[in-house]
Ligand binder design. Structure first.
Ligand code: ZN
Length: 248
């Protein structure tokens, strides 16, 4: 029975050390995950804004091309008019009308470019610039956090895998019913399932243990729980008997 109790004590010690190693990483993994999501969202809207800007630029180029074509035609018609290339008044008027309509069309296009497309373009360009800046900042911050986590993980890796293999070993030596018992209390005690009894006190909650019970705990013929906190109690005298290589 003593052996079974000591194994639970050792398991709890390993579990607490593993929990401590995980705590060192803190919320770094979560921070990284959240930042990654934000970065991806920013990238998505950046792509969307860029597509919108490209559409406007295509439209602008198309209008500019049309303006150029109309100008060329006006120029040609103008020469025709001035050099008397038309044979009748009616033809003259029709050509003059066409030139006028060409100028109107150019003005219309220029207005569209200036008062509609340009403000849209400016606003998109501004948004793209700020999104790009955000993206770059996130990218840099992410690299920084990832490096931090990597260094931490590397530092702890050896210790962690050592503890992991000790845990696997000790788990194989613990009967299932003891393990269920341990895990039930461990969950309720937030990973602090086993408490040492020293000089008549439970070191988990510092309440005193009646002398008769303290003797029974030392004899360890069965499992005892602290009446006040519920932790599994182990006498300090028992732990001191654990061989050095097993004491962690
Ligand atoms: Zn207690």
């Amino acid at each position: 029975m003593k052996e079974r109790l000591i194994k639970l004590y050792r398991l709890n010690k390993i579990d607490k050390e593993l929990a401590e190693l995980h705590e060192l990483k803190g919320d770094l993994p979560q921070q990284i995950e959240e930042l990654n999501e934000q970065k991806n969202e920013t990238e998505e809207s950046l792509n969307e804004l860029t597509t919108q800007l490209q559409e406007i630029e295509t439209k602008e180029e198309e209008l500019a091309k049309q303006i150029k074509e109309i100008s060329t035609k006006i120029e040609r018609d103008d020469i025709l008019l001035r050099e008397g290339g038309v044979s009748s008044n009616k033809e003259y008027e029709a050509l003059a009308k066409e030139i006028e309509m060409g100028y109107e069309k150019i003005e219309e296009h220029e207005n569209l470019i200036g008062s509609e497309l340009k403000p849209k373009k400016d606003s998109l360009t501004e948004q793209i610039t700020s999104h790009k800046q955000e993206f770059d900042e996130m990218f840099a911050k992410l690299a920084e956090l990832e490096e931090e986590l990597k260094v931490l993980s590397e530092q702890n890796q050896e210790e962690e895998s050592g503890l992991d293999s000790q845990r696997t070993q000790i788990l194989s030596e613990i009967p299932q019913e003891d393990l269920d018992y341990y895990e039930r209390i461990n969950a309720a005690m937030y990973g602090d399932a086993v408490a040492v009894v020293r000089k008549g006190s439970c070191l988990g909650c510092y309440s005193s243990v009646p002398p008769q019970k303290a003797i029974e705990i030392r004899m360890a013929e069965r499992f005892f729980n602290c009446e006040s906190c519920g932790r599994i109690l182990v006498a300090e005298e028992l732990i001191s008997q654990i061989p050095a290589e097993k004491s962690l």
